[in-house]
Design a protein around this ligand. Structure first.
Ligand SMILES: Nc1ncnc2c1ncn2[C@@H]1O[C@H](COP(=O)(O)OP(=O)(O)OP(=O)(O)O)[C@@H](O)[C@H]1O
Ligand SMILES: [Mg+2]
Length: 285
């Protein structure tokens, strides 16, 4: 069994606003293993962003602990190592770009790490190639599309060689094309072994994860594979959450044709199931 990369242990958190304490996260515990692809879903205001910010020490627990590769995020002396291990990409592409040239932006995080220039160049080349942005390296980020800017933001994180990438609704400001570009990059990084933790409202993205965590009012209320989670349509409806279109379709067809597999969650599975049933001697559909 691989050791956990991130351990969240009985994490509780509250914001303090004008001396008033606003409790947001309550006794959250889970672990993320190397190479996992975890999607976090939940209604607006359920605490997803607050939780994400705990995963690399941007916020620290009021009680409980977050431990990254053995380092507790409450130990300031380990913050540099923690931030290198777990990189974050946020919702707004514009807020994450700091330099006036793409490759300088990717280099930005490396500058404090005292890396020799030759290795720095190597890392920038690798990061830009990973997100398919090499040909834009000398351009001002300003002229890039939203999806391209997010790819540059991801490259900035990749240059640090993290073991885990946390995305907090990183595709929500993008059109379908931009979103697909990012998802392709994320899937490739995961295939190559990087752990991914992604907060999203897109259930088709949740379906491609290895695990889905559902949060309600600062508590984890479901944690399982996408197939397990999306079978609980009624409970998700109660939480104002959708299920992927493929799941909706599979469940609908199954309600009319009991032989149809109602647990499908991917479009290509639906196609295969239709082919399977249509090849039977007495087709049911
Ligand atoms: N800086 C802050 N100060 C005070 N309260 C905050 C702060 N940030 C968030 N909150 C409150 O904490 C709760 C959880 O917010 P959070 O942003 O973590 O939720 P979320 O699940 O990410 O929501 P969304 O889906 O809208 O992004 C909300 O009630 C929010 O109003
Ligand atoms: Mg949020």
């Amino acid at each position: 069994m691989a050791l956990p990369l991130i351990q969240v242990k009985n994490l509780s958190f509250e914001y303090a606003v004008n001396q008033t304490k606003i409790p947001v996260l309550h006794d959250i515990s889970f672990e993320v293993k190397p190479g996992e692809y975890v999607v976090i879903i939940g209604h607006n205001g359920s605490g997803k962003s607050t939780l994400s910010k705990h995963l690399n020490g941007i916020l620290t627990p009021v009680s409980g602990d977050v431990v990254v590769n053995g380092w507790n995020t409450k130990e300031w002396s380990s913050m540099r190592e923690i931030r290198q291990k777990v990189g974050m990409v946020f919702q707004h592409p514009d807020n994450q770009i700091v330099a006036t040239i793409v490759e300088d932006d990717v280099a930005f995080g490396l500058e404090n790490l005292e890396i020799p220039p030759s290795e720095m160049k190597e890392r920038i080349d690798f990061a830009l190639a990973s997100v398919g942005m090499n040909e834009f390296r000398n351009r001002p980020p300003h002229y890039l599309s939203g999806g391209q800017k997010q790819r540059v933001a991801i490259a900035g994180v990749l240059a640090m060689k993290p073991d885990c990438l946390v995305l907090d609704e990183a595709t929500s400001m993008l059109d379908t094309h931009g979103r697909n570009e990012i998802l392709k990059v994320v899937r490739k990084l995961n295939d190559e072994g990087m752990a991914i933790i992604s907060v999203t409202h897109h259930m088709s993205e949740a379906a491609q994860a290895s695990r889905v965590i559902v949060i309600e009012k600062g508590r984890i209320i479901m944690d399982g594979t996408p197939r397990e989670i999306f079978q609980q349509e009624e409970e998700l409806k109660r939480l104002h959450l959708d299920i992927p279109v493929a799941s909706q379709m599979a469940r609908k067809v199954q309600s009319h044709h009991h032989d149809f597999n109602g647990t499908l969650i991917h479009n290509d599975e639906i196609v295969k199931e239709v082919v399977r049933l249509s090849q039977r001697e007495v087709p049911v559909i």
